[in-house]
Write a protein that binds this ligand. Structure first.
Ligand code: UDP
Ligand code: MG
Length: 313
């Protein structure tokens, strides 16, 4: 049986039992209406609920479904990378399982690739997330754009389409911490961004705790830019220069007015500020060092327990 598909839809799944039925009942007709061959690759990222069983049952009625079963929870981005390695489509689409990305937008993405763009990025119109998430996202988008020079409006939206060429390049990367939209952007020669609708999560909760979100954004910043390191170097130079001027001023003042005694606590406040900055800087360097350590160990990035419904099973 030739299972080469024209469109591959890639969906990471982590404890999404309540969403899968509804997801497939909307996604499947959309893909069928395109009249092209397709496959839907789910990566079960170590779900502890019935997600995997539900998906396996679905393959009976929907033979286009393939499942990569992970050995544990390796995170959304690793789940997508594993599916990239298995997918065969000319056009590869990533999306979330929680229906925050409406499947009805897929024809527009396919159209973008067919018109010759190699990455079709998306910007969420009326984003339905908490105020905190939206504000934090805006901050991340602005800083990352500036630091990496990548000019993407919305890094977080996963409903995206990639041409096969971009996927092949991504598959050549071996990094174990990454951020897929940014990684794809580095290989894109002709990207475009379109607006897509966004919906609230209907069932279940976001799989990202605040801690996981912070880690992910550190991956984004440290994985694609060394500007933070350069900023600290710059800050160090400016501070050293200013304190030199200040020391000269105190020296001259000592001859004219005499030694200064007051303001001890002001000095403490200023000191603490700088100590804080220094610790922050060390932490930031640590972020890079930790990631370098992780990369040099060359452990497997994820472990696949089993492939379901692929050619070879
Ligand atoms: N996800 C995953 N592994 C994880 C966390 C999330 O595969 O460790 C999947 C999740 O099932 C969903 C997608 O990644 O399909 C996005 O997750 P979520 O909706 O929780 O993120 P948010 O929309 O809050 O950014
Ligand atoms: Mg979501």
């Amino acid at each position: 049986m030739d299972k080469k598909a024209y469109i591959s839809v890639v969906i990471p799944v982590f404890n999404e039992e309540a969403n899968l039925d509804r997801l497939l009942s909307r996604l499947y007709p959309v893909l069928q209406s395109l009249g092209k061959s397709f496959e839907i690759i789910f990566t079960d990222d170590g779900s502890r609920d019935r997600s995997l069983q539900i998906l396996r049952e679905k393959t009976l009625a929907m033979p286009e479904i393939r499942i990569i079963e992970f050995n544990g929870n390796f995170g959304q981005h690793m789940a997508i990378l594993a599916a990239f390695e298995q997918c065969s489509g000319e056009i590869v689409i990533t999306m979330d399982a929680d229906l925050q990305n409406p499947p009805e937008e897929i024809p527009n993405l396919v159209d973008g690739i067919e018109r010759g763009y190699d990455v079709v990025g998306t910007v969420r119109r009326d984003r339905r997330d908490t105020l905190f998430r939206r504000l934090a996202s805006r901050l991340v988008n602005a800083t990352v754009s500036r630091m990496t020079g990548m000019r993407m409006k919305d890094y977080g939206c996963m409903l995206r389409a990639y041409h096969r060429n971009v996927i092949e390049n991504i598959n050549r990367c071996r990094e174990s911490t990454t951020f897929i939209p940014a990684l794809a952007q580095t290989f894109a020669s002709n990207p475009v961004e379109i607006e897509v609708a966004h919906e609230g999560r209907t069932e279940g909760q976001s799989k990202y705790s605040l801690y996981k979100l912070v880690r992910l954004n550190f991956d984004l910043v440290t994985g694609f830019s060394v500007v933070p390191l350069q900023l600290f170097a710059l800050f160090g130079i400016v501070t050293a220069f200013m304190s030199l001027i200040f020391a000269l001023f105190l020296l001259i003042r000592r001859f004219i007015v005499g030694a200064e005694v007051e303001g001890v606590f002001t000095l403490f406040a200023i000191m603490f500020f700088f100590i804080g900055v220094v610790i922050f800087g060390i932490g930031f360097v640590g972020e890079y060092v930790g990631r370098i350590y992780q990369e040099v160990r060359r452990r497997p990035r994820y472990v696949v327990r089993r492939l379901h419904n692929f050619d070879h099973d």
